[in-house]
Design a protein around this ligand. Structure first.
Ligand code: PMT
Length: 394
């Protein structure tokens, strides 16, 4: 992988040396271009040392050497990653301004481009920035969604540059074969909600992140993806057909409706096992009594219905366990008649439910067990899909 890493002048530029190292670990040769402002946040010497190449800071090549640096580099490069991309740089890319080494290179570059916008939330949401991003997206540039969290200015919100492992995963995605091209995949994600009365429900802590990551990864690998999602606050991954549901019964109906057209089904949703037998049509008042007794009925098992369908899709189940992870997952794999089961320890607050990371054990029908070490959910999603692809009938 021949990668040009462009770094513009935002605080996230300090992550550039770590990013270079991780790209190299993934097999990339990396050349770095810094804008003058980026060079105030990160030292060119650090980047030259980790990359093993001189860092390009100037628009003009060495007059003694001859040749045009940015044109030669563009012949070599297979991908341009700009991380972080500031509002200023994004504006230059949108209109083609070439007034420093990075913006000039971007105009000469002919291969794919990935950018990771990073800035304060109000700048990110400014109509000009959003308009410029829309222009770049329409041009086929891959724009990464900024993370949410505490920003360098002290504000809380969207605008953080994704961490280096997530950037590396996105770069690798551009080099990965579209090995799910022509496949149709149905993914379920998120929790279900079961109403107690018009204002209360029972649910669980699923955020949908694991399922949405699987949908996004499968779509990028060429699959036609339908995502059936319980209530979450996540945006729909680009290019994925999203069906939103609330209850387990609605999820079952949406899955069964789309089953015949799905070759692979991945059930990452945390479906409520039980629902109140009857939901009160009016808000239950505390004045109604000192105790409240609810009676629950079991929800139908969606996986069992999928596995007995004909023709039967390739089925990936999940197992959320707090103890005896492997033994319980093996039992579920056989009871639910799945092809693969992905087991995660939801007793560990740093993975599983509502975390950006996961760590899973994948058990196949033939008993093969693969441990996928702790990583961002998008990385875990791609590893799971690798295991699916290996086992798909041709
Ligand atoms: O959404 P996140 O915050 O990212 O968290 C991810 C996750 C922890 C929810 C996910 O990784 C996960 O483990 N999903 C499965 C949760 C679950 O319901 O596990 P389970 O062991 O209770 O169920 C086993 C399997 O049966 C699951 O594939 C489930 O979708 C399916 N099931 C369960 C009940 C039901 N009525 N019908 C089903 O099909």
């Amino acid at each position: 992988m021949n990668i040009v890493l462009g770094v513009s002048g935002g605080i996230a530029a300090y992550k550039a040396p770590d990013l270079v190292r991780r790209l190299q670990d993934a097999g990339a040769d990396v050349r770095v271009i810094l804008t003058p402002n980026a060079a105030r946040f990160v030292s060119p010497l650090s980047l030259a040392t980790v990359s093993g190449h001189g860092v390009i800071l100037e628009q003009w090549g060495d007059p003694d050497k001859g040749g045009v640096d940015h044109i030669e580099l563009a012949r070599w490069a297979e991908l341009l990653l700009i991380a972080p991309a500031t509002a200023n740089l994004i504006a230059k890319l949108a209109v083609g301004i070439a007034d420093d080494a990075l913006s000039t290179y971007a105009v000469a570059h002919r291969a794919g481009i990935v950018i990771a916008p990073a800035m304060n939330t109000s700048m990110l949401l400014h109509p000009t920035v959003q308009q410029n991003l829309a222009v770049l997206r329409a041009r086929g540039i891959d724009i990464m969604e900024p993370d949410e969290g505490l920003l360098a200015c002290g504000d809380e919100g969207a605008g953080r540059m994704p961490d280096p492992p997530i950037l590396v995963e996105r770069v690798q995605q551009h080099f990965r074969a579209r090995d799910l091209q022509g496949r149709s995949i149905l993914v379920t994600a998120g929790p279900t909600r079961e109403a107690i009365d018009p204002v209360r429900f029972i649910s669980n802590r699923s955020s949908g992140k694991m399922g949405y990551a699987l949908a996004e990864a499968a779509q990028r690998r060429g699959a036609a993806v339908r995502l059936v999602s319980g209530p979450t606050s996540l945006p729909s991954p680009a290019g994925v057909t999203l069906t939103r549901v609330t209850t387990a019964l609605e999820m079952r109906d949406a899955v069964l409706q789309n089953l015949a057209s799905s070759q692979i089904v991945i059930k990452a949703a945390a479906v409520a096992d039980f629902a109140p037998v009857a939901s009160s049509p009016r808000k239950i008042k505390k004045e109604d009594g000192n105790e409240l007794t609810l009676t629950f009925r079991k929800n139908p098992d969606i996986l069992t219905a999928i596995a007995s369908a004909s023709p039967r899709p390739f089925v990936v189940a999940f197992a959320a366990e707090t103890e005896a992870l492997e033994a319980n997952a093996r039992e579920k794999l056989s009871r639910k008649d799945a092809d693969l089961i992905v087991a995660n320890d939801v007793g560990d607050a740093s993975i599983g439910f509502d975390s950006d990371q996961n760590e899973v054990l994948v058990i196949a029908r033939d008993g093969t067990t693969t441990k996928i070490e702790r990583a961002p959910k998008i990385v875990i999603a791609n590893r799971i899909l690798d295991l699916v692809v290996e086992r798909l009938p041709q």
